[in-house]
Design a protein around this ligand. Structure first.
Ligand SMILES: NC(=O)c1ccc[n+]([C@@H]2O[C@H](COP(=O)([O-])OP(=O)(O)OC[C@H]3O[C@@H](n4cnc5c(N)ncnc54)[C@H](OP(=O)(O)O)[C@@H]3O)[C@@H](O)[C@H]2O)c1
Length: 257
């Protein structure tokens, strides 16, 4: 029996992982705080004939995180999708330090702990996959959201390093780098997104489909869509001092994806 555990499965990209993995034949464990929203996703999973287990948990609460880690360590878990993540509203210099900390608890600590729970068993069984959702924000410094970009840079490096350990096994490890995706992410932050051009927006279903294709192809990094592949290649090619100058003079939210 193959089961996928998806965090942040109540909306956006995570809900799409749940639905698409169910369509591929996986039973799904759905993790998030909003039980009612998870039940809605569970019903969609059920339409594929797969079972959905709702695990309501706040991953920034240590006891909840421990409960989810215990589930992620189960022998039946063959896919772990660390998708739950948040940004912080407004500027770092004016933000509340506890809110910044809660973001790191979710975006960094929960990802590390869940991988720590699930990865050894996958290696032992020589079977499984870990998919960690980073962001294109991991590639560039950020004036508007330094903590968010840094948290996603952690996810990127951590995931690529786990992939070294999985090399030569049948365990796959993938970091996903979405650009702007139309989900509840920006509305939750109260962000004005009117300046973002239409071409820059991706659909969650396309992001998930592309990442699962990359997972099947055995890749370690997935940058969904050709436009973001080009943008990220350019960002890497531009000398860092020039990149910083451009970012410092552009909108503070430009890299909050
Ligand atoms: N949207 C974008 O433009 C974009 C771009 C790049 C990367 N990403 C990344 O993609 C991932 C998914 O975001 P999304 O765009 O799909 O946004 P979303 O629709 O807001 O989904 C975020 C998910 O995280 C869950 N979550 C938030 N806080 C949680 C907590 N304390 N404990 C457990 N679950 C929690 C939410 O569920 P509950 O509210 O039920 O807890 C929700 O299911 C995030 O890691 C984000 O950083 C998004």
């Amino acid at each position: 029996m193959s089961t996928a555990l998806v965090t942040g499965a109540s909306s956006g990209i995570g809900a799409q992982y749940a639905v698409q993995l169910a369509a591929l034949g996986y039973d799904v464990v759905l993790v998030g705080r909003d039980r009612a929203a998870l039940e809605v996703v569970a019903a969609r999973v059920g339409e594929s004939g797969r079972s959905a287990e709702v695990l309501a948990a706040d991953l920034t609460v240590p006891a909840d995180l421990q409960r989810v880690c215990a589930r992620a360590a189960g022998d039946d878990i063959s896919v772990l999708v660390n998708n739950a993540g948040v940004g912080t509203p407004g500027e770092f210099v004016a933000s509340d330090a506890d809110t910044e900390q809660a973001m790191l608890d979710l975006n960094v600590t929960a990802v590390m702990r869940l991988c720590h729970a699930a990865f050894p068993g996958m290696l032992r069984r020589d079977r499984g996959a870990i998919v960690n959702i980073a962001s294109v924000a991991a590639f560039t410094p950020s004036d508007g959201g330094p903590g968010y970009s840094a948290s996603k840079a952690y996810v990127a490096m951590f995931t690529e390093s786990l992939a070294l350990k999985a090399h030569g096994t049948r365990v796959r490890v993938l970091a996903v780098f979405p650009g702007f995706v139309r989900t509840a992410f920006h509305p939750r932050l109260g962000m004005d997104t009117s300046w973002i051009p239409r071409w820059a927006w991706l659909r969650p279903e396309d992001v998930v489909r592309a990442s699962l294709q990359d997972l099947r192809a055995g890749r370690t990094r997935s940058v969904p869509s050709a436009r973001y592949k080009v943008a990220m290649a350019l960002a890497r090619a531009v000398p860092r001092p020039l990149l910083r100058r451009v970012l410092a003079t552009s909108t503070p939210h430009i890299d909050r994806a």
